[in-house]
Write a protein that binds this ligand. Structure first.
Ligand SMILES: Nc1ncnc2c1ncn2[C@@H]1O[C@H](COP(=O)(O)OP(=O)(O)O)[C@@H](O)[C@H]1O
Ligand SMILES: [Mg+2]
Length: 168
């Protein structure tokens, strides 16, 4: 049976980066949309950066806080890194044309998806990061068949075994 969600305890940044790398290894292939949720500083960009580098992005991955959308090409895959923290109106989000950057060949990672409203493409995978004192936790939830395939592979990634907190 497909995993519905995976819970991880991430004691330090290296663990968050490890989760990003594991997400890259278990990536079932485009198209896919990932929501990265959680407070400022909870590790969304840290996770996205390590995922993108592990997929083969050689360029530095910065927070798209000001650019809102950054794209990276790796062979036939286009990775789109979005941060909606600073958007004020749904019109602004519509003008980003996010839906034109989904579909075959596209992987989209969206920080602060909840700020975007209806112009935000629906997720396949939702990663919820949270503070646990100085550490962090992460819950990965599948939101589509693609997400389920992704989680199924993620759940058996042995590099994450030290961080797996629970399986539901
Ligand atoms: N599991 C963790 N435990 C402690 N610190 C972490 C962890 N994961 C990431 N960090 C640190 O917390 C900060 C998170 O920043 P960032 O990834 O930019 O967060 P966000 O994009 O959610 O605002 C970075 O300084 C990073 O090194
Ligand atoms: Mg960020």
């Amino acid at each position: 049976m497909a995993e519905a969600s995976c819970l991880f305890d991430l004691p330090d940044s290296a663990a968050t980066e490890g989760l990003g790398r594991a997400l890259a290894r278990s990536f079932p292939g485009a198209p896919a949309v990932v929501y990265l949720r959680g407070e400022l500083g909870s590790g969304k960009t840290t996770c996205a950066r390590s995922l993108l580098h592990a997929l083969g992005v050689a360029a530095p991955v910065r927070s798209p806080t000001y650019t809102l959308v950054d794209t990276y090409s790796v062979a036939t895959l286009t990775c789109v890194h979005v941060d909606l923290y600073r958007v004020q109106t749904t019109t602004e989000v519509e003008e980003l044309g996010l839906r034109d950057m989904t579909g075959p060949g596209y992987l989209m990672l969206i920080e602060w998806p909840e700020k975007g409203g209806v112009a935000v493409p629906p997720p396949d995978l939702v990663l919820q990061l949270a503070y646990q004192g100085d550490a962090r936790s992460a819950v990965a939830r599948a939101a589509s068949a693609t997400g389920e395939a992704w989680l199924e592979k993620l759940a058996i990634d042995t590099s994450l075994a030290p961080y797996v907190s629970n399986l539901t």
